[in-house]
Design a binder for this molecule. Structure first.
Ligand code: ATP
Ligand code: MG
Length: 264
């Protein structure tokens, strides 16, 4: 792996406000192609906020204001004229709680290609390929017409991953995708991430440090610093490097404190 990431996606001087509250300050991060990057840090330090900036999901939060830039293949995704729907097609997202649509398993996967007008020569084949890539095909191939809700939590999460890859993104954002799953379902999703890394760039938020150590090539540690006058806690990036370096030889005492369980 290169010493410095070959960036597919990069945040520069990223600052995020919710109304007058400064939630995240001055984040600079390059996300490497075909790598898994983990964002870790204590609750409220802005991990989800940063993740949502990376595909313009914060546009949907009316009080949110984003400053700085996020570039995708060197193009600013916040530039005038950029279509946020297209941004979210290229940079897909999987959420903490699996959120299948109230539709059949088949239609969950076919939904994105249909609504975006993607040219798919054979939808049955495309749905099968996506479910295979999401390591779900064998479990659902005989019940594609059944509701997505009929699946277990871990299967629903893999269905959501199949739905995300159905529109052929090249980056997948995952916000605590395993936190509601048991260890077996978690292991299945982690194995899947390692497979998907061959084709996609993955950015994952996790509170599970073993998970970060198991799957992530690089890890970014965030914390929150209270403002001296207001006491508001603003998130900032403390340290970013290879996962092994962050966990075994952190450069910053705040990182060391967190990974050794002293706070957060
Ligand atoms: N929609 C919102 N409106 C107002 N404030 C928000 C909103 N979303 C997040 N915040 C605030 O921004 C800060 C960062 O929140 P964020 O959800 O990004 O943290 P996080 O690191 O993902 O935390 P957790 O680990 O608990 O998920 C917090 O102080 C939070 O209260
Ligand atoms: Mg969060």
């Amino acid at each position: 792996m290169p010493k410095d990431p070959v960036p597919v996606l990069a945040a520069h001087d990223l600052n995020v406000y919710y109304g007058s509250f400064h939630a995240v300050s001055d984040v600079d991060l390059d996300f490497g192609r075909n790598e898994i990057t983990a964002l870790i840090g204590p609750s409220g330090c802005g991990k989800s906020t940063v993740l949502r900036c990376l595909n313009r999901m914060n546009d949907l939060v009316s009080s949110a204001r984003v400053e700085g830039s996020v570039t995708y293949h060197d193009q600013d995704i916040y530039a005038r004229g950029v279509d946020p729907i297209e941004v979210r097609r290229r940079i897909g997202m999987v959420f903490q709680l699996a959120n299948p649509f109230p539709k059949s398993i088949y239609d969950n996967v076919a939904y994105g290609p249909r609504v975006t007008g993607m040219k798919v020569p054979d939808m049955d084949d495309h749905v099968e390929q996506c479910l295979r890539q999401a390591a779900l095909w064998d479990e659902v191939k005989d019940k594609l017409k059944e509701s997505g809700y009929s699946l277990s939590g871990g299967q629903q999460q893999r269905l959501c991953i199949a739905r995300t890859i159905a529109t052929q993104p090249d980056v997948i954002l995952m916000d605590e995708p395993c936190s509601a799953l048991d260890p077996i379902a978690t292991a299945a999703i982690e194995d899947l991430m390692l497979e998907l890394r061959e084709e996609y760039t993955i950015i994952i938020v996790t509170h599970n440090m073993q998970e970060a150590a198991r799957v992530a090539d690089r890890t970014a540690f965030f914390t929150a610093r209270p403002d001296e006058t207001t006491g508001n806690r603003t998130g900032l990036l403390v340290e970013y490097g290879f996962t092994s370096q962050i966990f075994e030889h952190p450069n910053d005492p705040r990182t060391e404190g967190y990974i050794s369980g002293q706070f957060g």
